[in-house]
Ligand binder design. Structure first.
Ligand code: USQ
Length: 382
């Protein structure tokens, strides 16, 4: 297939490009380096330097013999999107091209505006490009479990059947996100759902939880092929942060009570989920939604796991509760369904002690580069 990856330079974009090209697809990775720019501007540089997309594509070709095409441009610019679609005519598009940080979206008006305009602008242009230039194309869109928030009832897989005054209707499951970033993902889903109904496009919307790890089968231990590993408060996600904190001898920063529970997955599982979605496209006029995670943990439980494994490796790991900079429930009910991807064949990689130990060993190779001032940056939700 011709597969376009929007946001091909990112934490998930680059590993996805390698995976799909290794499967023999013709892959074009597109990015405007927005994340690199924001990381520089907010002093949130990743743990190690990552070659630019063209360099990585060259490296990948020299190692695998497979070619990933690269194009640098802004997907919220229609002229650029038009050019990409007329030249490449994708059969599937994996859409990661969004500002992915919840804390960044809460920093100030400018950051919020950038998040809103970039995320909705890229999704809107993608939908129009598909209709105009590739109407059969399958859009695989990265959403987030955070779209649902933490409701006091079970979370279904995308939809809720409602019975009201004797009548029934299926609706998108109610969404109540916890940051502006997460809210842009809710708006993306609404936009996609509208155009699925209006134009009959085919869409898979993946409600993904926080991802951990950097190693996939394609990188095979070659650090030059690893994606970004952020550990700062703005771009780092919780498990990756705890691992780096453990290596640095910094207390694991549990926000507030630590009962915040989320659905997590290994980056290896993200790759497999994307492939499963691409291999089994939905029908035209279908919005298919999967909850993309493999296990749920509270932040407190994660800290305990990292503490235990770190100590077994001789590290001095402890946990500290810090005042929660976010507005979120610190103790709550959490019971989300996640059977769709397993039914398609997903075989989860659980967060075992070995996996945690492997991540610790990878981070130890860059121990000298850890800057502890990045751990807490004071981005407040209020
Ligand atoms: N947390 C801590 N201590 C930390 C960092 C985070 O207790 O040092 C807590 C947060 O308060 C939150 C939970 O851990 O309750 C998850 O935070 P996170 O930073 O790992 O994840 P989040 O900001 O929700 O966003 C990340 C990705 C985002 C993706 C989302 C999936 O950055 O792109 O959409 O995970 S989900 O969380 O399911 O919405």
């Amino acid at each position: 297939m011709n597969i376009l990856i929007l946001g091909g330079d990112g934490y998930l974009g680059w590993p996805t490009a390698m995976r799909l090209s290794s499967l023999g697809h013709d892959v074009l990775a597109v990015d405007n380096y927005l994340r690199r720019r924001i990381c520089r501007e907010t002093s949130s540089e990743p743990l190690y330097e990552v070659p630019d997309l063209a360099e990585r594509a060259e490296l990948w070709q020299s190692i695998s013999g497979r070619r990933v095409k690269v194009s640098i441009g802004d997907l919220s610019d229609w002229a650029y999107v038009e050019q990409i679609f007329t030249a490449f005519r994708p059969d599937a598009v994996v859409h990661y091209a969004e500002q992915p940080s919840a804390p960044y979206s809460m920093m100030d008006r400018e950051a919020a505006a950038l998040t809103l305009q970039n995320n909705l602008g890229s999704t809107f242009n993608l939908i129009h490009a598909v209709r105009q230039f590739a109407p059969e194309c399958h859009i695989v869109k990265l959403g987030t479990m955070g779209e649902y928030g933490t409701p006091n009832i079970d979370i279904e897989e995308g939809w809720l059947d409602v019975e009201h005054k004797g009548r029934k209707q299926r609706f998108l499951y109610p969404r109540q996100a916890g940051s502006l970033y997460h809210t842009t993902k809710v708006m993306d889903t609404d936009l996609l759902w509208f155009y699925v109904r209006a134009w009959g496009i085919r869409v898979t919307d993946l409600m993904q939880g926080p991802v951990y790890g950097v190693e996939t089968s394609e990188s095979a231990g070659d650090l030059r092929l690893y994606p970004f590993l952020n550990y700062d408060e703005i771009f780092g996600t919780v498990i990756n942060r705890f691992i780096v904190q453990a290596v640095a001898g910094h207390p694991l920063t549990v926000f507030g009570k630590g009962g915040q529970t989320r659905g997590f997955l290994n980056i290896k599982d993200t790759m497999n989920c994307i492939c499963l979605a691409i291999e089994t496209p939905p029908e035209p006029g279908e919005l298919r939604i999967f909850n993309q995670f493999t296990e749920t943990f509270s932040v407190r439980q994660l800290a305990a796991i990292v503490e235990r494994v770190g100590q077994s490796l001789g590290l001095n790991v402890r946990t500290e509760s810090v005042a929660n900079p976010r507005v979120e429930a610190e103790e709550h009910y959490y019971s989300p369904a996640h059977t769709g991807l397993v039914e398609l064949g997903l075989k989860p990689h659980p967060l075992t002690d070995d996996v945690v130990a492997g991540m610790i060993r990878t981070v130890q190779r860059f121990q000298d580069r850890i800057d502890p001032s990045k751990f807490l940056r004071g981005v407040q939700w209020r």
